[in-house]
Write a protein that binds this ligand. Structure first.
Ligand SMILES: C[S@@+](CC[C@H](N)C(=O)[O-])C[C@H]1O[C@@H](n2cnc3c(N)ncnc32)[C@H](O)[C@@H]1O
Length: 302
């Protein structure tokens, strides 16, 4: 298995476990993460609780200026949190589409779409199982692409940005929340699959993020540090979603090294995505190396 296939499989395993787990917006730690990354109480109560698993690092629909009638696509939609928020902004004449490569995430999102926050299904959403470098949508069919804490996970970010450029209409826009690096990571973190799955070691430097978008043809590219505290993930650390039992400090010290399918997140016994992040946050000041960033870009007119 190639390094890329190995990373992809490990991400699917780990996030599949989260999707099949019991974490939801009803969990106090999950709600705390969402609020720390910019969601209001009103937003969180307007979506099905199952859509929120505490996996976000920002609130992209808050910065996307979505308008009624628009088509918006959320890359790596997870349980559909941002798709459901977007669907309310684009209204019945618009469409909110979620893309995710993890089958259990798509199933969970579709179930939430059918149930709605109050038993009434969402009528203007769709969820597709796909990788974000090969999106099953027509070219120039989308007004806005959003994403929340996903592109850092993608092994080939340039391919993802090219795909975003393909599906956007001319003058279409990008409003992404993601993790990017302020400076290179220490070797242990950089080589850790736990840190990759936890959205840290797959991240690139902020300047490189910006350059990749420019290389894909985007204009008015801005990658801005949101200033949010990445240690917020620690608040859900012991509430297992993925694999039990919890990672011990000793286990963390022998942190696995890329590429390692066999010892990935969900081999037994392994920690959850949140436990991994909490452990990394205990060992390192993540804010020193990485930032939750807001990314804006425009596809130029033809
Ligand atoms: C950190 S979670 C974020 C989920 C969601 N955006 C949220 O804020 O709740 C990352 C999600 O991206 C998905 N993902 C990661 N890499 C992907 C890829 N290359 N293609 C499609 N989905 C991907 C995972 O399956 C997972 O659901």
């Amino acid at each position: 298995m190639s390094d890329t296939a190995s990373i992809t499989q490990t991400i699917q395993d780990c996030y599949g476990q989260v999707a099949n787990g019991s974490l939801s917006g009803r969990n106090a730690g999950v709600a705390a993460i969402a609020k720390a990354f910019g969601y209001s109480e009103a937003e969180l109560t307007a979506v099905p609780a199952a859509a929120n698993m505490g996996l976000s690092c920002g609130n992209p629909t808050a910065m996307a200026s979505l308008r009624p009638g628009e088509t918006v696509v959320d890359l790596g939609c997870g349980g559909g949190l941002d798709v459901f928020l977007a669907s309310q902004k684009v209204g019945p004449a618009g469409k909110a589409i979620g893309i995710d490569m993890t089958p259990a995430m798509i199933e969970r999102a579709r179930l939430s779409a059918a149930q709605g926050p109050d038993g009434k299904p969402f009528s203007n959403v769709a969820f597709y199982l796909a990788e974000i470098h090969a999106i099953p949508l027509l070219g120039e069919s989308v007004d806005c692409v959003i994403s929340n804490c996903v592109i850092n996970l993608a092994p080939d970010k340039a391919a993802v940005f090219r795909e975003i450029a393909r599906i956007l209409k001319p003058a279409g826009r990008v409003a992404i929340s993601d993790i990017a690096l302020k400076k290179p990571l220490p070797e242990e973190l950089a080589g850790s699959i736990a840190a990759w799955v936890g959205c840290i070691s797959g991240a690139v430097l902020m300047a490189d993020y910006r350059q990749s978008l420019l290389d894909a043809g985007f204009a008015q590219v801005n990658v801005v540090d949101s200033g949010t505290d990445l240690n917020a993930y620690g608040s859900v650390g012991k509430q297992t979603a993925c694999c039990s039992p919890s990672m011990t400090t000793a286990a963390a010290k022998t942190a696995v090294t890329l590429p390692i399918r066999e010892t990935g997140c969900c081999g037994a016994p392994q920690p959850s995505v949140h436990e991994n992040l909490a452990e990394l946050a205990r060992k390192y000041d993540l804010n020193e190396y990485a930032a939750s960033v807001k990314v804006y870009a425009i596809k130029p007119q033809a």
